[in-house]
Design a protein around this ligand. Sequence first.
Ligand code: XIL
Length: 330
Amino acid sequence: KASLKEHAANARLLFGFAVDTRQLRENRRYREVVEQQASIIVAENAMKWRALRPAVDRYDFEDADGLLTFAEKNRIKLRGHNLCWHESLPVWFDAVANRGNAHRLLVDHIRTVAGRYAGRMHSWDVVNEAINTRDGRGDGLRNSPWLRLVGTDYIEIAFRTAREADPAALLTYNEFGLEPETVEGAGKRAATLQMLRRLKQRNVPIDAVGIQSHLEAGSRSGYGPELTKFMAACREMGLEIFLSEMDVSDRNLPVNTDSRDAVVAESYRSYLEMTLQERRVTAVLTWGVDDGGTWLTAGEPRRDQSAQRPLLFDSSFQAKPAFAAVREAF
Ligand code: XIL
């Protein structure tokens, strides 16, 4: 049977995974799944500040370079994740960064990292998760270190610097929590659209929006027309759309793994059937390859302490019902 990337290509989509560079090097089965199924990949951690910046005056590009080499050898596109985020900052960051030097730190980082891979990246998540409607600001911006140290225009600075450093990459704003039909989801969508519109008005170079799509299986409120409207608004702004970090948390499902797998598969199917109606969606990536590597087991532990099963392959790299569901949805 045909692979996910082939089914995706027939629907004019890219499909792929967030990958762990160590697994890719050391685990042959992991590597084979990526080579067989993916037309696009993203580093789960290897291109974040903490990975690239062991010290303020030192960059470590070994893992990131290796990933790009792997991608190019296999003709797989590479997304960069990410250039500016409030998390995964290096341990030295708090002690070193201040209002006097943060602007320089941000610009230098983006020039160095995006510049190093210029012309070879599919896209860059230039700014990740800049909205937090709970931080009590009128503009909905997150009270992140970057906002505190650089000011509210850090987003604009990051995008302009990224465009200069790599004019070929699609510059992306990536965000979570845009999906649910809840009051909270509505707030996130509204604040995000407001921010994107403002950037567009100011001629900030931005090409795409990443809807992370960390979903919840059997979520009561579900995913629906409000997300469809959000995507249409992004299209009307001229933005491309990526479903950039898909997984389906089974944290509230009962223990039986067969029934969990069935509900997770159904969640993938219904979410993709809905979102892929939007023609500006051009790429779908899951956040991890196999259930053995999912961040959710630690990040959103189940009450029964069993591992989460949110991805398309189980921890033995066998395709799960969710694999078939995604393939059929393409
Ligand atoms: C997560 C990784 O999966 C973990 O391994 C790491 O410890 C923390 O970051 N949204 C994002 C990703 O944009 O960068 C996050 O990745 C998951 C949520």
